[in-house]
Design a protein. Structure first.
Length: 148
């Protein structure tokens, strides 16, 4: 090839890159590991009373459950997932089973990550106490709840 000759561009193709679920899962694992670590650190700094007695492995496992649970509600941004997981520790691991929380998180007319902002507006102090009263420690063992 001479100096004046440019390499030709590859021929255009109608073939599309197809990512199978196992590809997406493999790509998500490193990002999730970072997110888990960041959330654990955030909780150790902001909710020492709730997480201080937990081993690093237990905290990590609970954060992983929380991330999965947050995603069942369509939450995708790190901020929204971190906030959801923080509510699990501060209120109850199954706080999302409270009627107002459940309705707000299921409201498809609102962008998923904005639902937590709306939740703060909709929930009264009595609602938060009621959500706390629903606390079920076994929710830490159930990463996904059924969407009945």
């Amino acid at each position: 090839m001479s100096k004046d000759t440019q390499p030709s561009a590859p021929a255009a193709s109608n073939a599309r890159l197809k990512l199978r679920p196992e590809h997406l899962e493999a790509m998500a694992k490193p990002a999730d590991a970072v997110l888990v670590s960041e959330i654990c650190e955030h909780l150790r700094q902001t909710q020492a009373g709730a997480v201080g007695a937990l081993s690093a492995d237990t905290l990590k496992a609970r954060v992983e459950v929380g991330i999965v649970r947050a995603r069942t509600h369509g939450l995708r941004s790190e901020r929204a997932i971190r906030e959801f997981v923080a509510y699990m520790f501060a209120v109850a691991p199954n706080f999302d089973e409270h009627a107002t929380v459940r309705q707000t998180l299921a409201d498809s007319s609102i962008e998923a990550d904005r639902r937590l902002e709306l939740l703060r507006e909709r929930m009264s102090p009595e609602d938060w106490k009621a959500a706390q009263a629903l606390a079920d420690p076994s929710a830490w063992e159930r990463p996904q709840r059924s969407r009945a």
